[in-house]
Each structure stands twice: as structure tokens, then as C-alpha cells.
Design a protein around this ligand. Sequence first.
Ligand SMILES: [Zn+2]
Length: 287
Amino acid sequence: MRSSRNFYAFVILTTLFAGTVSAKYDAQKTLHTPLRHSGDPLVLDAVPAPSGGIREEIPDAYKKRYQEWKAEFLSTDIGKAQWDLYAQHSRLLLTITVSRDNENGAGSGKYKWSSSGELIAATVTLGAKLDEGFPTDVYYPVMNALEPYERKKLISGNVLAAAKIAHEFGHVMKIGTIPEPLYHLQLRLAPVYNKILLSNGHNVDDPRLVDLASQMGGNPVQIWEDREYWGEANAMLYLRDRVAKESFHCRLFNKIKRSVEEYAKPYEERFTAIAKSEGVIYSCSWR
Ligand SMILES: [Zn+2]
């Protein structure tokens, strides 16, 4: 039952990842949110295709904690399924590393595509103190919702770390559905967009900005928040399995729902799909 349930959730998620999501423009967010989450170094050099799988490059000092975070992620069916998907991937090489930079955060980048347009390399960098630090509920409604439960010692910091790993896996999954030319176009045009925005009195109706946004498939904030909410959707998928048997699962999911409704309304559908996915015995207030 559980594996078929997870297969179904996988299908839902991959279908959603592949879809396009429209977002209403929120000028206020533009002013405060730089396009900066994932390093996204632009690598255009032609490189030979590496063989696929997961390569863990963990400095000795962080190996013990990394194994705890990984074990927590793998303790769920969905975490195990997603890990195996990449560990057994024949073409995509996923490198995972731990760094002192951005110690409570994480990032995904160093993407490479094959000449046929297939994603063949990605790197997930985890902060050295991944098990601490709760990001804002405005953009991170899932990870943020864990805060009171961690404070009351109902969950450990390892669950937070595993949710952050799931968030990054969500980024990698989503990038795998974006055509490489569009990705690089977005990287190239976002700074151009932001420069004009800063010089025109933040007038988003400026025809130059309207044109750039239509080329990029959204303005830089929409593109950025769409990616972040995909990461959060995958973190929610992990938590759905992780807290299913906890007495507080409804309270936790209701908190996520409130944050999504308040800050992420245009993206609500992807969260609702997970809360209501086949086999989930509870949907709490997501009905
Ligand atoms: Zn992210």
C-alpha cells in the first residue's frame, strides 16, 4: 500500500513539476527579494557526460552529522524512493556536499546539460548546521512550520535537516523539467530586468519589463518564488510521510496551509495536491 501510495504521489509531483504555474505579480516582494537562492553558476563549457548516480563529497568534520540527516531523510518511503531514483540514475550525476558557507541553508546549482538537452549534473550543497535555523514562512511555509515542534522537542533538528534536503531535491527535480535554453535565458535576463526596475521607479508596467518577463516566462521574483515553492512542495511530501503517525500532524499541516494561503496563494495547488494525494489518511484542513 505504502509503495503504491508513494508511486501515486510521485506521479502527481512530477506532473506538477512539469506544469506551468501562473503567478500574480507582487511588487512588494520584488523590492525585498533578490534572485539569489541557488548559486546557479553558469557553466557553458562543453563537458563529457559523466555517468549517473549520487556522489557524496562530505568533509570528514561533517560526516557524522551528514549521515544522521541522510538517515532521517531515508527513513521515509518517499525520501528513500527519491534517493534511489538519483542513486540509480544512469545519466544524471548528483553531487552532494556540506559546506560552512550559508551554514543553516542549502543550495542547488552547477547544473549541466547534455548536447541533447538532458540534465546530466547537479550539485546540492548543504550548510554545516543544516539542522538549525528556520527560514521565513513567507517563502518557506513548510520548513518554517516545524519550528514550534522542534522547540518543544517533538521532532529533532535532523527532521529539519531532512526537510531541507527534500527541498533541494525538489529544486533538482524541477530544473530537470526546464529546457536548458530557457534556464540560461532566465539567468541572463534577470539582472537586466532588475537593473531597469531599479532605474524606473519600480514600474513593473514598463513595456521593456513586460517584454523581458514574457521572454523569461515570468518576472525574476515569480521565477524565484516558483522554484522555492517547488522546493517546499517536495519538503511537504517528505513531511507527509515523516509525521503521518505523529499526534500533531494535523496541526502541522494546518500551519502550512495558513502560510500558503497568506503568502503563496497562486502556488496553493501544488501543496493541496500533496495533502490530498491518494492514500493519505488525513487531509486535515486541506479538504
Ligand atoms: Zn530553495
